[in-house]
Structures are given as C-alpha cells and as structure tokens.
Design a protein around this ligand. Structure first.
Ligand code: HEM
Length: 396
C-alpha cells in the first residue's frame, strides 16, 4: 500500500499544471494502489493508475459496481441519488435495457447521419476563427460542436439550440470560475427545466429523437427520462469538447501533422485514436467493491471506493512506447479513454466522427495552426480539460 503523504488526489488544485503527468507516470510505473483519506470524498478512496490495474477494476467480471456513483465524492455511505436509474450509474438488467434504448440514437449509423451537421458547425466556427486574430480554441471551437450534436440527438428544436448550447457551456465549464453570470449549477437547473418542458411537448407530439424514445419506453418515469437525457448531455459535451481542443493543440505542436493529414500520409482514423489517448478527457471513474477483492496486493472489503485514473493508464509506459509523445501512426493503441467493460462509452462512435470531421476540415481549410501561448488547464477532477488554448489559424 502507498499513501500520498496526506495528499488528497481528489483535490482539483492538483490538476491545473502539467505536474499531474509526472505524478501519474510515477504511480503508473510503480503500478501503485494509493489511499486518499477523507477530504474531497467523505470517507476516502483508493486509486489505481496502471493500464493493467485500471482495466482490471473496470473489467466486465470485476466485483465492482457504479450504482453508488462513478465520481469521487460518492461511496456506499454517500450514494449518488441517480443510482439504478441513470444509465452510467445503473447495473445488470436495467442497465442493459437503457443501453438498448439509447444505443441506436448514438450508434455509428446515427453518427454518420449527424456528419453534415458537424461539418456545418465546424465550418461556421472556422469562418469566424480564420480572421487572422487570436482564437481561444477551448471556448470558441471545442465548446460549440459537441453541444450542437447533443441538441440534435435529444431533439431540441432549432429555435432553442443556441440558448441550449450556451447553457450547456455554462453548466459544464468545469469547477472553474471562467464563466461569469450564471453559476454552473444554475445553468444546469435551467437545462433540466427545459428538458421537462421538452418531455411534455414530446408526449403530445413524438418525434424520432432521444427524448421521444425514452418517453415512449415502458417502465420509465418522467424523472428517469430526465436523468438519462442528462446522462447523454453530460457524457457528450465536456469530454468531446476537450478532445476537439486537444486535436487542435496537436495540430499546432506536432510538426508536419496538418500537411500529413491533408496529403493522406497520416490516416485520419489513426490520428483520432492518438488524439483520444493523448488528451484522455475523462479523468477518473469510480467503482465500489461488491465483494472482498485484492487490488495490487491490497485487500479491500465490500463497499470500498476505488478510482481508476484513465489519463495515467493512457500514458503507462508498460502499455505505450514513448507515452508522452503524440505519434500520429501509433499502432496498437489500446487506450481506455472511453472506459472499459459494460459501461464503455456509448457515444464513442459519435465522438470519433466529430473528431475526424474536425481534423479533415482543418486539413482542408487551414495551412498553419500557431500556438500563441501555452495552454492553461481547468481546475477539475472529472475532466482533464483545457481552460484556454490561444492559437492563430492561417487559412489556405
Ligand atoms: C460513458 C468517456 C463522448 C455518452 C463513458 C465512460 C467514459 C466516457 C470514460 C465510462 C464511464 C464509466 O465507466 O463509469 C467519454 C469521452 C468522450 C465521450 C472521453 C469524448 C471524447 C461521449 C458522447 C456521448 C457520450 C459524444 C453521447 C452523446 C456516454 C454515455 C455513457 C458514457 C451515455 C454511459 C454508458 C454506460 O453507462 O453504459 N464515456 N465519452 N459520451 N458516455 Fe462517453
């Protein structure tokens, strides 16, 4: 067992600098299992970092559940009230049922249908960004595209989308004070109120969107519908936004990448996988043990929270050669950016298509991406994300 000398790994201040990477690297290399005492989490939690240990904790047959919650702060004594109702914190048959209902709306086929929408959003963003000025990719590029896609999936009417995209960006800007005006919590409440109205509208006039699908399903209450719309909204936004921002960061810092994408020397799909590994936007997922289990030699009784740090696993030198380098042709690339096991991200096809469209559009329309200043990072523990990424785009 290792303790981190009183360091609470759930403290968001630890993640605002790149020191986090050195810490994760050290802990992954040692295949450590670390205890963080009460603090960010009322009862404390264990952490694992290596690719092997994270995959083992999240694996399909592991004696762990997400029903008490999947983020630091939750455990058996302080369970997430959405447990057993919202997909990501539900297990067994109810979980399978929710995945079956929501899956088709986020599938590869659905993602392809959304491709034109994504391309239109990317072009709109680039039209504004290609004016020669400094563009903060984190707020101007990354934020708009995923929010627009999620609105389409949910069935938010066109007239309300700009408002919802704004609200979404306020609600999920991280634990940071970057956005003034409404607090993130107020913005999230506004979104839930809006969903409630949308649910009523879809009960009267169903469409072919996610809200209508959930409303029509047997056995789901209005609250269940709300929670699962929220799951897709939360799952689909911030993560993808930081992956998109990271894609632009790679284009600005990896020599020749833009030109290689344009002339086909670099394969877009392979580059997308490396963007996903390198950015690793979902920072942690938590599970609670359901039986006695030994993790890296540490015996844990039932009810113990264990956190898997996905960015640490994605730069574990035992799994990835030269893990800090962005290698456009990296193969194999067994990253666990989308998690692992039964809760593997349901929106992964959509996120991949969004990223590939962004990369293709930039390769087509931009000859140079210049980093104006080093990025700053969000003060957050749920996402590993960019606070600011100022760049200058030069059009072709
Ligand atoms: C689940 C990451 C994009 C919807 C997850 C999980 C991770 C993740 C790590 C597993 C959570 C766990 O095991 O507890 C990401 C990343 C994304 C992304 C890094 C972008 C780069 C999306 C998108 C959507 C989405 C675009 C939908 C529009 C979901 C849903 C789940 C999920 C519904 C729950 C699946 C389940 O519990 O079975 N995501 N996600 N995600 N994600 Fe994503």
């Amino acid at each position: 067992m290792l303790t981190t000398n009183g360091v609470d790994l759930g403290d968001p201040d630890l993640y605002t600098t790149l020191d986090r990477r050195a810490r994760w690297r050290d802990l992954a290399e040692r295949d450590a299992v670390v205890w963080s005492g009460p603090g960010s989490s009322p009862t404390g939690f264990w952490s694992v970092f290596s690719h092997r240990a994270c995959a083992a904790v999240l694996g399909p047959s592991a004696p762990f559940t997400s029903e008490y919650g999947m983020m630091i702060g939750f455990d058996r004594d302080h369970p997430d009230t959405s447990g057993g109702r919202m997909m990501v914190v539900t297990e067994r048959e109810p979980h399978r049922r929710l995945r079956k209902l929501v899956g088709p709306l986020l599938s590869r086929a659905a993602a392809r249908e959304l491709a034109d929408r994504v391309r239109a959003e990317v072009d709109g963003v680039l039209d504004r960004a290609l004016d020669g000025g400094v563009c903060d990719v984190a707020t101007e590029v990354g934020s708009r595209i995923p929010a627009a896609v999620v609105c389409d999936i949910l069935g938010v009417p066109a007239a309300d989308q700009d408002m919802m995209i704004d609200l979404t960006n306020h609600a999920f800007g991280g634990e940071d004070e970057l956005y003034d005006g409404m607090t993130p919590r107020q913005a999230h409440t506004e979104i839930l109120v809006y969903f409630d109205e949308l649910i009523t509208a879809r009960q009267e006039r169903p469409g072919d969107d996610l809200v209508s699908t959930l409303v029509a399903a047997d056995g789901l209450t209005i609250d269940d519908v709300l929670l699962n719309c929220d799951n897709v909204l939360i799952g689909g936004n911030e993560t993808t936004r930081h992956a998109i921002t990271g894609a632009v960061h790679a284009l600005a810092t990896v020599p020749g990448l833009l030109a290689d994408l344009r002339d086909g020397t670099a394969d877009v799909d392979t580059v997308v996988e490396e963007v996903l590994r390198w950015t690793s936007p979902a920072m942690h997922v938590l599970r609670v043990t359901t039986a006695d289990v030994t993790v890296n030699g540490q015996d844990l009784p039932p009810g113990t929270p264990v956190v898997a740090w996905l960015p640490a696993a994605n730069r574990d030198p035992a799994e990835f050669d030269d893990p800090d380098a962005f290698l456009p042709g990296r193969k194999p690339n067994r990253h666990i950016t989308f998690g692992h096991g039964v809760h593997h991200c349901l929106g992964s096809a959509l996120a991949r298509i969004e990223l590939s469209i962004v990369l293709r559009a930039l390769a087509e329309r931009v000859s140079r991406v210049e980093l104006v200043e080093e990025p700053t990072w969000l003060r957050a523990i749920v996402v590993q994300g960019y606070r600011e990424l100022p760049v200058r785009f030069t059009g072709r």
